[in-house]
Ligand binder design. Structure first.
Ligand code: SAM
Length: 337
């Protein structure tokens, strides 16, 4: 144990044995989704909604807020609602408003595929949502359909326009796949500049079928090298887990959990839609906080504190190349991307 850590661990409730203080909770509010992206879950196709089979709509609103409150009391200050598709939860606005009302929580954010955003954006704004990430893997309708299994590109773009019109701070996430062309990267640069927003390319993580991961994987450095040579944007700035380059008034970022892991500064915990708390996106088991809700409620903070102490130093998923990508057993929809 590093010197001084023992004392630090006595004063912080949200610290692990590597000195990482956990202030960020990502909550998967449902494992239902209205898209079936090729990369998202093993067996994502043909069914667009794995939750239909397991009946998993997620924890009820009061329970979810109770866990957020418990984690807030331990030092969590930022919440991100994700899924599955969080806008498929009919009570998502109440969840946002409820989380905002929890005093230690300073920031509430949400990640969506944007399909339902046009109709929901105003209510989310009124509920107090601080920031939005919208997933948009392609600006080309054909490629969008190939990746997501859906024809909803125009609907997603309308949702983005609506959110921007309401003044939302917005980031776009695009998973970088091997068929992402440099022409399309240029299209995203233009899109970012025109809308004064950040587009972040995310390296594919192995949550999908082995065959897809191996053929669709592309190192994020392929896109980053192209971009820096083509636009000479200067040095990247670091924004959380992303390296961002400013270009023509917009920004392009790169996130690579595998080739540039950010485990050393990880401040994240994850609550799954079934009430399991995970210390890492790549974990296959976690702490079932549901079982602590009734008679063991007062044990919750101490159990979470002890659980956090056992967090591994590194996620342990190697990325020497596509052949080395070992499929992660858990579903991204359940644990929340
Ligand atoms: N449905 C919402 C959405 O699409 O944004 C929220 C859930 S989704 C699991 C969250 C993010 O995880 C999305 O940006 C998605 O692209 C990303 N994601 C899912 N599977 C991934 C994978 N195998 N590798 C990298 N990113 C992935």
């Amino acid at each position: 144990m590093p010197p001084g850590l023992e004392r630090k661990m006595e004063s912080f409730k949200n610290i692990d044995s590597f000195g990482r203080v956990h202030t960020y909770l990502r909550v998967s509010v449902t494992d239902k989704c209205n898209l079936s992206c090729r990369y998202c879950a093993p067996g994502a196709r043909p069914s667009p909604c794995s939750a239909k089979k397991n009946g998993g709509g997620g924890l009820a609103l009061p329970e979810m807020l109770e866990f957020i409150r418990a984690l807030g009391a331990m030092g969590v200050e930022k919440i991100r609602f994700t899924g599955g598709e969080p806008l498929m939860r009919p009570d998502i606005e109440q969840l946002v408003a409820g989380a905002k009302a929890i005093t230690p929580v300073k920031k509430v954010c949400l990640t969506t595929n944007g399909v339902l955003l046009e109709n929901k954006a105003a209510a989310l704004k009124s509920a107090g949502l601080d920031a939005l990430n919208v997933s948009l893997d392609s600006l080309d309708a054909g490629r969008f359909r190939k990746i997501t299994g859906s024809d909803s590109l125009a609907v997603v773009r309308a949702g983005i326009d609506r959110a921007l019109g309401l003044g939302f701070k917005l980031k776009i996430n695009a998973v970088a796949l091997s068929d992402l062309s440099f022409e399309e990267v240029d299209g995203f640069v233009k899109f970012a500049a025109e809308n004064r927003l950040t587009v972040r390319f995310i390296e594919l993580m192995p949550f999908c079928e082995d065959d897809f991961a191996k053929t669709a994987f592309t190192p994020i450095s392929r896109i980053e090298n192209y971009l820096t040579q083509r636009y000479s944007p200067g040095r990247a700035s670091i924004d959380g887990v992303a390296r961002n380059y400013r270009i023509h008034g917009g920004a392009i970022g790169f996130i690579s959990a595998l080739s540039h892991p950010f485990c050393g500064s990880c401040d994240r915990l994850r609550l799954s839609s079934r009430g399991i708390l995970y210390r890492c996106l790549f974990d296959s088991s976690g702490l079932d906080v549901k079982t602590l809700r009734d008679k063991n409620r007062e044990e919750l903070p101490e159990r979470i504190r002890r659980f956090l102490t056992g967090k591994k130093e590194f996620h342990g998923i190697s990325s020497a190349g596509p052949a080395d990508l070992k499929r992660v057993k858990n579903s991204m929809r359940l644990i929340g991307g």
